[in-house]
Design a protein around this ligand. Structure first.
Ligand SMILES: [Zn+2]
Length: 331
């Protein structure tokens, strides 16, 4: 008895020691990752070029985040309104329809609460590239948000009216300045309830992974926290690094490459690899860059409103995303 008791105690002590060393290792890793992020170059560009139609973009953001759109809940009246409004915008811009019913790709989520959401659909359009041999660049931004809940509107101005208004502005730009690669513009539904919209792009075979060069996902672009914008994804595909480092030098915001590393490498810093629609592309083996700002107190709150938008910062972020697309289109 005594021997097995000692053995048990020994194991317990070893387990405790192991746990404590893992915690201190994580702590060390967290600090090392913070130092790595801090060491990245601060912006040297004083002002971005102003190439996007800013008044239109801002008006689009305001409209998407208005009471009328009621937080764009999937399956709710506001979500349906946002969907038809986006179809109109794609048509006005002159994108070629890329859905299954014109611009729309209606679908039925197959499990969980998402299956109860009637009327879910992605809104999809494209601009043909000048070189048809080149693979696609797919720009995604989810248009759904939390909708109307217990009598309160969750407006989702930053999350993700900001990404969708930027996607529309980029589509307008490239309609005037034809790209080399075919650009796919996907305003996807259902991100907040399991990324069903993105999953359906592949499940219904509207996209094949091998056709795609890169997914650029936009989700939360309009809130200024020490002028930080994250570009997530280069850890998974180091070939993206030189382009993103070039982008750091062209941007007037603080572009940080990170938040894509596992815990053993980055300790307790966030890992956004699975954080938004780019996760679905990643699971399909497609390279991605996700652009997004740090979480803020209004995240997933009714107070995520148009009034809280940091307009100048959002404008510079959108121009940074345009620069990214131009860089990726050139290679
Ligand atoms: Zn979001």
């Amino acid at each position: 008895m005594r021997t097995s008791f000692k053995f048990g105690l020994g194991l317990l002590v070893l387990a405790c020691l192991g746990w404590l060393s893992w915690l201190s290792y994580l702590d060390w890793r967290t600090q090392a990752e913070q130092q790595r992020l801090q060491a990245q170059p601060a912006p040297t560009v004083a002002a971005m070029p102003e190439r996007l139609d800013w008044p239109q973009q801002l008006a689009d953001l305001q409209h998407l985040a208005s009471d009328e759109m009621a937080g764009r809940g999937t399956g709710q009246a506001g979500g349906q309104l946002a969907q038809s409004w986006l179809v109109q915008q794609f048509e006005l811009i002159g994108l070629a329809p890329a859905g299954t019913e014109g611009y729309r790709q209606p679908y039925q989520a197959s499990s969980g609460k998402a299956a109860e959401h009637q009327g879910a659909a992605n809104v999809l359009g494209q601009i043909a590239g000048t070189d048809p041999q080149l693979p696609l660049l797919v720009i995604t931004a989810h248009y759904d948000h939390l909708g109307l809940h217990e009598g309160q509107i969750y407006h989702g101005a930053d999350d993700n009216a900001s990404g969708v208004a930027a996607l529309l502005a980029l589509a307008r730009y490239f309609k005037q300045h034809p790209p080399r690669h075919t650009l796919w513009f996907a305003a996807v539904d259902h991100e907040e309830r399991g990324m069903w919209g993105s999953k359906m792009l592949f499940e219904q075979k509207l996209l094949q992974p091998e056709q795609i060069k890169l997914n650029i996902n936009l989700d939360m672009l309009s809130r200024d926290t020490e002028r930080q914008l994250y570009a997530v994804g280069a850890y998974h595909q180091p070939a993206l690094l030189p382009v993103l480092q070039q982008l750091q030098q062209q941007s007037s915001v603080r572009l940080l490459l990170g938040y894509d590393r596992p815990q053993w490498l980055a300790g307790n810093t966030p890992d956004w690899t699975s954080g938004s629609d780019h996760a679905v592309f990643h699971q399909q083996g497609v390279d991605f860059v996700y652009f997004g700002v740090p979480d803020h107190p209004d995240y997933h709150q009714p107070s995520d409103t148009f009034a809280h938008t940091d307009q100048q910062f959002y404008r510079e972020v959108s121009e940074t995303v345009l620069s990214a697309l131009l860089l990726f289109d050139a290679i």
